[in-house]
Design a protein around this ligand. Sequence first.
Ligand code: NIG
Ligand code: FE
Length: 437
Amino acid sequence: MPFGAAGFLCRVRRLLIKNAKALVGTSPLGMNCYRGASMADLPMIEDGWLAAEDGRITGLGAMTDFPGITDWKDLTLIDATGRFVLPGWCDSHTHVVFAAPREEEFVDKIKGLSYQEIAARGGGILNSAMKLRAMDEESLYHHAKARLEEMMRLGTVAVEIKSGYGLSLESELKMLRVIRRLKETMPLPVKASLLAAHALPPEFNGNREGYLRMICDDLIPQVAREGLADFVDVFCETNYFTVAEMENVLKAGNAFGLRGKVHVNQFTSIGAVQAAIKHEALSIDHLEVLDELDIEALTASLAAAAPFTTLLPSCSFFLRIPYAPARALIERGLSVVLASDFNPGSTPSGNLNLVLSLACIQMRMLPEEAIAALTLNGAAAMDLQDELGSLTPGKRASLIITKEIPSLAYLPYAFGNDNIDTVLIDGKPIRSGAALQ
Ligand code: NIG
Ligand code: FE
């Protein structure tokens, strides 16, 4: 098959998939996300067909209404007997632009040090910031590109990427320029979040206000002017940034049209959930430590602009910290999202198939709920719900075709297995398995 300029396989102009064991996530146009009980009610068409043209889904239905083929020109026909067809995974929380892995800290953790103890010894985010500052844009781009290529092979078709390892005006801008280049050159949609408030850099030791002023008065306006970010993020946590500091950053971001997607309640509950709701954050992420008041505030927010609640179970797995209470959030009617949190410190993996399994095994999400959280809800947590996240005519033909598997539940059940056969992004095979032969 021919390779395009970017090194990826060229687009299949017309695509017809027939005999799919099921088309999964066939939600109607205009449905923006799954909330609460509707997460388990993932719409599906058994024994289905799906057609796409020029990268967009053009039609789908049950094989009893198979349209038949009259025009074979430029047509790629896939017989998906025994296989499921799903919308590709949408990863709405990652830090894939970084200079180097931190496996030495991993060994320290095995020996018993905590994430916070490692940070206090100069490891953690500041360690990554030192390495990122020393690396040129070109190298950062190539490392991140390789990570994204691997993630696409694993079914990821859209990604959000945060800055936050620069921690100075010029290095945060450098990271965001790398993300912009990924946007321009990678086949999958990329969204950028400004996470300058990730840790206090050493130059500002004893001068927190100075760093916050730099973010709010200089960085946010410049980033907005240059269109370098879609969202603003803050690591609101004991020993990192306070609730009041997060509020100031969210206000400054909102004034420039950047909505919040924030790190809250990873280790402690300090009122960040309530503040993020007040400033209409699009999503609040982590939530490993939620108390009853937090859950009440989230429930009350359903009356207005409730944020997406984005859970990151592979971070809990890697750090051996509690898993977020997914069941309580779903039972309260919230919209739960799952994402990878791919970063060198707390989650050195962008594999959303593992996230799917962990969500089911450790957080007791049903397979359908976890798939809803990784598809339409993930898309919506990046404001991509009109483009991705479901098998809906008009949306991008960014799809996963599984191997031949006995049931949908087998996907999370057979954890650690590679159950994916083919991945298409905008109708282009990113990975072509037996289904495409
Ligand atoms: O989402 N919690 C804050 N930020 C990242 C970890 C960053 C790092 O350790 O490098 C997270 O887990
Ligand atoms: Fe994160």
